[in-house]
Design a protein around this ligand. Structure first.
Ligand SMILES: C[S@@+](CC[C@H](N)C(=O)[O-])C[C@H]1O[C@@H](n2cnc3c(N)ncnc32)[C@H](O)[C@@H]1O
Length: 366
């Protein structure tokens, strides 16, 4: 593998609007399969990549997925995020691996890995994945990936190193141990210069993005009430002349924009425009936004930070190119017993039986 044009292939699972794809294409990869079930994201994906993603991953037979070198999956984070956990709890729903609909989508990744055995993987999730269910969810994920034959390298990276936004995500990079027995991966180093929030703001912004008096008053009252109770941070007001980075852009930004409001002289603050959100996630201005503002906010709030993923991608390819590769003639030397264990867990997932609790002594390589 090398980073020359189209020198490796990848699949883009839980693709969103293709932030990860953009990063891996910039690194010389060619996408051979995409899955994303949200209709609006599919439209944005089609407008930008000329391909309509396949839908629900649960309905896709792993044997119909083309062979590929790298599997990419920023799998849904709601069941693992703090907001998701408390919302599911308050609604009496299960969460994490018990969240039958979404949380166990990791097992769809596992069944694809078992069938296709790509050389490398990049998985992404919210930082809270590590502590969910007292760390058990994360242990299961690492254990399954280990048993599938991957050597893992895990790090929490903050997008603020690349774009003017505080956005911490956990990245799990894995390489097949049988192909790269001596591999040692280092996450990319922090770049020295990053953009400030003022660098990504548009000059002429439509007045529809300025908060109404009613909404601005409501947000201020809400923040004051919570401050008095000693909880919550309320809204996040950015002064572009002083502040450099924003809070994390979330998929719920469309509701009131409260997490990132831009201070304006002589006017109420305003929300970011969809183009500014695109820039905040590191998309070039050539990226087409063809959906409503509401959908665009959801899509960018769900996205990965492109330049951060690009830096990780470059490092992955460079590392694979620089180490000794063992010829394996299409075979893996994973122990049959371990693969049977994974197969067993996947079967349980498919049939809705609870996933086994994992032994507490398993240590996570962090
Ligand atoms: C965190 S976002 C992924 C961001 C994306 N990887 C990127 O590069 O920007 C997770 C995505 O998974 C999609 N998704 C959730 N469940 C799915 C399923 N069962 N099948 C396919 N896509 C799904 C969601 O619609 C959402 O767009």
């Amino acid at each position: 593998m090398s980073s020359n044009k189209h020198s490796f292939t990848f699949i883009d699972l839980f693709a969103g609007i293709g932030g990860t794809r953009t990063a891996f294409e910039k690194t010389g990869g060619r996408c051979v399969f995409t899955s994303e079930w949200d209709k609006h994201s599919q439209l944005t994906y089609f407008a930008n990549f000329g391909e309509l993603p396949h839908g629900d991953i649960k309905a896709i037979d792993e044997n119909n997925i083309p062979d590929h070198d790298v599997l990419l999956a920023g799998f849904p984070c709601q069941p693992f995020s703090i907001a998701g956990v408390s919302k599911n709890k308050s609604l009496g729903r299960k969460h994490g691996f018990e969240h039958r609909k979404q949380g166990n989508l990791f097992f769809d990744i596992a069944r694809i890995l078992l069938a296709k055995k790509p050389k490398a993987i990049l998985l992404e999730n919210v930082k809270n994945l590590q502590s969910h269910d007292k760390g058990n969810t994360f242990k299961v994920i690492c254990e399954i990936l280990n048993k599938l034959g991957y050597k893992l390298f895990i790090e929490i990276k903050d997008a603020k190193q690349y774009v003017p936004q505080h956005r911490e995500r956990i990245f799990i990079v894995g390489f097949r141990k049988d192909i790269y027995p001596d591999i040692n991966f280092q996450f990319p180093k922090i770049p020295t210069k990053t953009k400030k929030i003022a660098d990504i703001l548009e000059e002429n912004v439509d007045k529809k993005y300025t908060l109404s008096d009613i909404l601005w008053k409501y947000l201020q009252n809400y923040a004051a009430k919570h401050k008095a109770k000693g909880n919550g941070f309320g809204f996040g007001l950015i002064d572009p002349e002083k502040d450099t980075i924003t809070r994390t852009l979330s998929a719920r930004y469309y509701k009131d924009g409260s997490e990132i409001l831009i201070k304006q002289k002589g006017k109420n603050p305003r929300k970011l425009t969809p183009r500014e959100c695109a820039r905040l996630m590191g998309f070039d201005d050539s990226f087409k936004i063809i959906v409503s503002d509401t959908q665009a906010y959801k899509q960018f709030g769900n996205s990965l930070c492109v330049p951060l993923v690009e830096a990780i991608a470059k490092q992955m390819i460079k590392t694979m190119d620089s180490v000794k590769v063992r010829s394996i003639n299409g075979q893996t030397d994973n122990k049959t017993q371990e693969l049977e264990y994974v197969q067993n867990q996947i079967e349980k997932y498919k049939t809705g039986v609870d996933i086994e609790e994992i032994s507490p002594q398993i240590r996570i390589p962090l």
